[in-house]
Design a protein around this ligand. Structure first.
Ligand code: PEP
Ligand code: MG
Length: 840
C-alpha cells in the first residue's frame, strides 16, 4: 500500500459487484457514496480495515467505521433490510469500539433475510468522498479479510498529516457572545460559512454536538449566551475551517446586537412556563406581539391535515419528486419575498429557502426515501422531527423557529401531496384566532378584511410577531387556550399593545376605541398631508428632517414621505453577507441610483464603510479582538485597509454630480484620522478629475471628538452625531447589552452635554450639526435637540412625517429654555420625567 492508497478488504466472502449494478438507485447513483457491493456467500460481516465504530444502525443492518485516515466507510447488509427492524442481525461490536482489520462486526441470518423477500447484496461505500480522488474496485470472487475489494486513492494526504485529520481537530473553547445565543440568524451565518469547507465540521458543547453545516442541527443544540463551544473539523481543510469559524463565533456570527432591539427588553427570552391568565372572565391575556387596537369579530383558523402515503413507488422516483417539490417551494418563496416591502422582513423567507437545503433535514428525508417511504412521508418525518425538537427547547427564540420549520415543511408537503393551499375565506372585520399562524399565512393576510390576530402559540420574538409589526397589524401571541373555544362572529376588542382580548365589549367601550382610532388616523393623515412642507418651528427656525437609510428602496420611500434628503446612508449593506468585496462599478451603480432617486436638490450623506470588530467581513480577515467595540472598526479599519476605502471613495465621487453629495467618516476619534481620510479623498478626486463640490464631514460617536468639536470644526464641513455609539462610549455601556438597555440612555445628561458641546464648537466655525442616532426619531427628545441647536434630524423613514409635524408645533425659544433646564439635571430618569410631563 502506498502512502496515498488505502485498501479495503472484502467484508464478506462472495462475488464483487460494481456499485452501479446494485438494484437500488440510492446506491447505484452513489447518493450515499461511492464503493462496491458484494453478493455474499458468508454471513459474518468483517471489518475491511481497522478503525473505530462510528455508528451502528439501531436495526444492526448497517455500520459505519471511521478509519485512521478520516474516511467513513459504510457497510450496509442487504437492500431494504432496515424494514426487518433488527430481526436476523446480531451486532458483535459497539459504537465507539476500536476494531482491527478482519474483526467480525455483524452476524446475519441470510436465509431469514431472503425469506422475508429482501436481497442480501451488501454495499461498502465511503460516505465522505471529498477525501478520495479515485475508487478502484476489485472484481471476481473475494475472500473475507483477504481479498482487496476496493482500493482508494486519497486526495494529497501524507499519512502523518492524515492521522490528525482522522481524529478530527478540535479548537479551543470559544464563548458565544450573542445575547440570544445561536438563534436562527447567527446559526444560518455559521452554517453557510461552514458549508464553504470540505471538512466534516461539528459544534461541540460538552458531550453534545451538532452538524455545523445544518441550521436546524445548530439550533437544536440550544447554544446560549456565554456557552463555551468548540469546533471539531475532520478533513482536508480542517485547520482553516477551525480558524475561520472560531473567529466567526467569537465575533457574533455577523449579528448586530445593537440597534433594533426594543429598549428595556431582555434579548434572551426564556419560554414562560405558565401562561398569563386574567381574572376578568371577559378578558383573555397573552403577550404583545404587535401594537395597536382593533375592534372586530372572531374568526377561527384551523390548519388542514395534509395526507400522504407511507410507501413510496421506488426510491429513484420518490427522490425526484422530493427534489422537484423543494425546487418549486424555493420559487414560491422567492415570489413571496418580492411581495414584502421591508427587505429585513423578506429575509425571514430567505431563511426558509435555506431550510430547504439544510443537510440534516435532507439527510432524514433522503434516508426515509431510501428505506422505501414516499417522498411526502419521509419529508414530513424530517421536518416534524426537527420542529418538535426545537419546540421543546427552553429558549423562546429557538422554540419559535419550530413554527418556521413547520411552515416551510408544510409548503413542500402540500406540493408533494398535490394539494393547494386552502384559501382562507375571511369575513370583514375579522380577528383571526389560531393555535399557530405561520410566517407565510401572516405575510399573505388580506389586510382589507383582517384587523388583527391572536395565537395560543408563539411569542413576541417569533417571526410571525415580527411580520405583524412590519405589516402594522395588531397581534397577540401566547394567549390563553380558552380563545380557541370562542365561536366565530363573537365581537371582541384586541389590544395588541397590552396583549389583551376583550370579549363582548359594551357599546361604550367599542365607541371609545373607535374614537381613539379615529383620532390617531386623523393625526397620521394630517402628518402625511403636510409631510412635504418644510419643518419650521412656530418662531421661524427651519430644521432639516432627513432619512437614515440602508438602500435604494428606503431612499425612494423617504422621498415619498417628505424626507428632505438622506442624513445617513449606512453603506455596510453593500459589504456584508457576501464573500468578496463589492466592486467599484457595483458601488457606483447603487450610489448613483440612490442619488438619482433624491435628485440634485436633496442632500445625500454617504457614510463610508463602518464595519470591523462586531461586524466582520469574510473577505477581510482580522485577528479576533478581546474588545471588538474598542478595536479596529469604522474609519480605523478603512485606514488599515486603504484599498477598500479608496474603491468606495471613487465610487462615491463618480456619483457626485447626481445629487448634493456628502462623504461622512464613521467612528472618528482623532484629528490624524480626519486628515488621513481627507487626503485620500483629495487624491482620488484629483485622479478622477471630479470637480463637484463634495462636502466631507464626520460622525461624532466618540467623546473625544465631541469634546474637541471646535478643533475638528476647523477641518471638516459638517458633523452628524451618532448617539447610539456616543452613548455607548460615554457611559461605557455596551449598546447591545440586554441588561443595560435601560441605563444606556441617550437622554443621559452626560450625553446631552456632549451634544451641546459639539453644536457649540461647530457653530463657532459656521458648520452644521445633524443627529442621526436613534434619539432623533424619538418625539420626546426632539424639543431638547432643537433647544441645543441641532440643525438637522436624520430619522428612520416611517418617522419622517410625524417628526416634521412635531417640529412645526414647537417654539425654538421654548426649546432653548427646556434644553438649558434639562442640561442641569442629574440623571436620565429625571430628563425623561421632565420631557414626559410636557408631552402629556
Ligand atoms: C450611531 O452610532 O448612532 C449611528 C447612527 O451609527 P450606527 O447605529 O450605524 O452605529
Ligand atoms: Mg455608530
Amino acid at each position: 500500500m502506498s502512502s496515498q492508497r488505502i485498501e479495503l478488504l472484502a467484508p464478506l466472502t462472495g462475488l464483487i459487484v460494481p456499485i452501479e449494478s446494485v438494484p437500488d438507485p440510492v446506491f447505484a447513483q452513489k447518493m450515499v457514496g461511492d464503493g462496491v457491493a458484494i453478493d455474499p456467500t458468508s454471513n459474518v460481516l468483517a471489518a475491511p480495515t481497522g478503525g473505530k465504530v462510528k455508528q451502528l444502525h439501531s436495526s444492526h443492518h448497517a455500520i459505519t467505521l471511521l478509519t485512521p485516515e478520516g474516511l467513513e466507510v459504510l457497510l450496509h447488509i442487504g437492500l431494504d433490510t432496515v424494514m426487518l427492524k433488527g430481526e436476523g442481525f446480531k451486532a458483535l461490536v459497539r459504537e465507539g469500539e476500536e476494531v482491527r482489520t478482519g474483526q467480525p462486526l455483524i452476524e446475519f441470518d441470510a436465509e431469514l433475510i431472503m425469506k422475508r423477500g429482501k436481497s442480501i447484496l451488501t454495499e461498502m461505500v465511503v460516505t465522505n468522498g471529498d477525501k478520495v480522488s479515485a475508487y478502484l474496485p476489485g472484481n471476481g470472487f473475494a475472500r473475507v479479510g483477504l481479498t482487496p475489494a476496493l482500493t482508494l486513492e486519497l486526495v494529497g494526504g501524507a499519512p502523518s498529516a492524515a492521522a490528525s485529520v482522522a481524529e478530527g481537530q478540535l479548537s479551543d473553547a470559544v464563548k458565544v457572545p450573542n445575547p440570544t445565543g445561536l438563534h436562527a440568524r447567527p446559526a444560518a451565518v455559521l452554517a453557510n460559512a461552514a458549508k464553504t469547507y470540505k471538512s466534516d465540521i461539528k459544534l461541540v458543547r460538552g458531550g453534545d454536538d451538532a452538524n455545523a453545516k445544518s441550521v436546524v442541527s445548530i439550533m437544536g443544540l440550544e447554544v446560549k449566551h456565554n456557552d463555551e463551544i468548540k469546533i471539531k473539523a475532520t478533513g482536508p481543510d480542517a485547520q482553516a475551517a477551525i480558524k475561520a469559524l472560531t473567529e466567526l463565533i467569537r465575533s457574533g456570527c455577523g449579528e448586530d446586537c445593537g440597534p433594533g432591539v426594543p429598549a428595556g427588553k431582555p434579548k434572551t427570552v426564556i419560554k414562560p412556563v405558565v401562561k398569563p391568565h386574567s381574572d376578568d372572565p371577559d378578558v383573555l391575556v397573552g403577550v404583545s406581539a404587535s401594537p395597536g387596537l382593533a375592534v372586530g369579530q372572531i374568526f377561527q383558523v384551523k390548519q388542514d391535515v395534509i395526507e400522504v402515503r407511507e410507501q413510496g413507488d421506488n426510491a429513484e422516483v420518490e427522490r425526484r419528486r422530493l427534489d422537484d417539490a423543494l425546487k418549486e417551494a424555493k420559487q414560491q418563496l422567492e415570489a413571496l419575498k418580492s411581495e414584502i416591502e421591508d427587505p429585513g422582513k423578506a429575509e425571514i423567507f430567505s431563511a426558509h429557502q435555506e431550510l430547504l437545503a439544510d443537510p440534516d433535514l435532507l439527510d432524514i428525508a433522503i434516508s426515509g426515501v431510501s428505506e422505501g417511504k414516499s417522498a411526502g412521508f419521509a419529508w414530513r418525518k424530517a421536518f416534524t422531527t426537527y420542529a418538535d425538537k426545537l419546540a421543546k427547547l427552553q429558549n423562546e427564540v429557538l422554540a419559535g423557529r419550530a413554527n418556521d420549520i413547520r411552515d416551510v415543511g408544510r409548503r413542500v408537503l402540500r406540493l408533494l401531496a398535490g394539494v393547494k393551499e386552502a384559501e382562507l375565506v375571511v369575513p370583514d372585520n375579522a380577528i383571526l384566532i389560531a393555535e399557530e399562524l405561520t410566517p407565510s399565512d401572516t405575510a399573505s393576510l388580506d389586510r382589507t378584511k383582517v384587523l388583527g390576530f391572536a395565537t395560543t402559540g408563539g411569542g413576541a420574538t417569533s417571526h410571525v410577531a415580527i411580520l405583524a409589526r412590519s405589516l402594522n397589524i395588531p397581534a397577540i401571541c401566547g394567549i390563553e387556550d380558552a380563545v380557541l373555544q370562542l365561536p366565530n362572529g363573537v365581537p371582541v376588542i384586541l389590544d395588541g399593545t397590552r396583549g389583551t382580548l376583550r370579549k363582548n365589549p359594551s357599546e361604550a367601550e367599542v365607541q371609545q376605541i373607535r374614537d381613539k382610532q379615529a383620532t390617531l388616523a386623523r393625526k397620521r393623515a394630517e402628518e402625511q398631508a403636510t409631510a412635504h412642507q418644510p419643518a419650521i418651528t412656530r418662531d421661524g427656525t427651519r430644521v432639516e428632517v432627513v432619512a437614515n437609510i440602508g438602500g435604494l428602496d428606503e431612499a425612494k420611500q423617504g422621498v415619498t414621505l417628505g424626507g428632505e434628503g438622506v442624513g445617513l446612508l449606512r453603506s455596510e449593506f453593500l459589504y456584508l453577507e457576501r464573500t468578496d468585496a463589492p466592486t467599484e462599478e457595483e458601488q457606483t451603480q447603487i450610489y448613483s441610483d440612490i442619488a438619482k432617486a433624491l435628485g440634485t436638490t436633496r442632500t445625500l450623506v454617504i457614510r463610508t464603510l463602518d464595519v470591523g470588530g462586531d461586524k466582520p467581513l469574510p473577505y477581510l480577515p482580522m485577528p479576533a479582538e478581546e474588545n471588538p467595540f474598542l478595536g479596529v472598526r469604522g474609519i480605523r479599519l478603512c485606514l488599515a485597509a486603504p484599498e477598500i476605502l479608496r474603491t468606495q471613495l471613487r465610487a462615491i465621487l463618480r456619483a457626485a454630480p447626481l445629487s448634493k453629495l456628502h462623504i461622512m467618516f464613521p467612528m472618528i476619534a482623532s484629528l490624524e484620522e480626519v486628515r488621513e481620510a481627507k487626503a485620500i479623498v483629495a487624491e482620488e478626486k484629483a485622479a478622477l478629475g471630479v470637480t463637484a463640490d463634495v462636502k466631507v464631514g464626520i460622525m461624532v460617536e466618540v467623546p473625544s471628538t465631541a469634546v474637541m468639536s471646535e478643533i475638528f470644526a476647523r477641518e471638516v464641513d459638517f458633523f452628524s452625531i451618532g448617539t447610539n455609539d456616543l452613548t455607548q462610549y460615554t457611559l461605557a455601556m455596551d449598546r447591545g447589552h440586554p441588561k443595560l438597555a435601560k441605563q444606556a440612555d441617550a437622554l443621559h445628561p452626560g450625553v446631552l452635554r456632549l451634544i451641546a458641546m459639539t453644536v457649540k464648537g461647530a457653530h463657532a466655525h459656521g458648520k452644521w450639526v445633524g443627529v442621526c442616532g436613534g434619539i432623533a426619531s424619538d418625539p420626546l427628545a426632539v424639543p431638547v435637540l432643537l433647544g441645543i441647536g441641532v440643525d438637522e434630524l436624520s430619522v428612520s423613514v416611517p418617522a419622517i412625517p410625524s417628526i416634521k409635524a412635531l417640529v412645526r408645533k414647537l417654539n425654538k425659544s421654548d426649546c432653548v429654555k427646556l434644553a438649558n433646564e434639562v442640561l442641569q439635571l442629574g440623571t436620565a430618569a429625571e430628563v425623561r420625567a421632565r420631557l414626559a410631563s410636557l408631552a402629556d
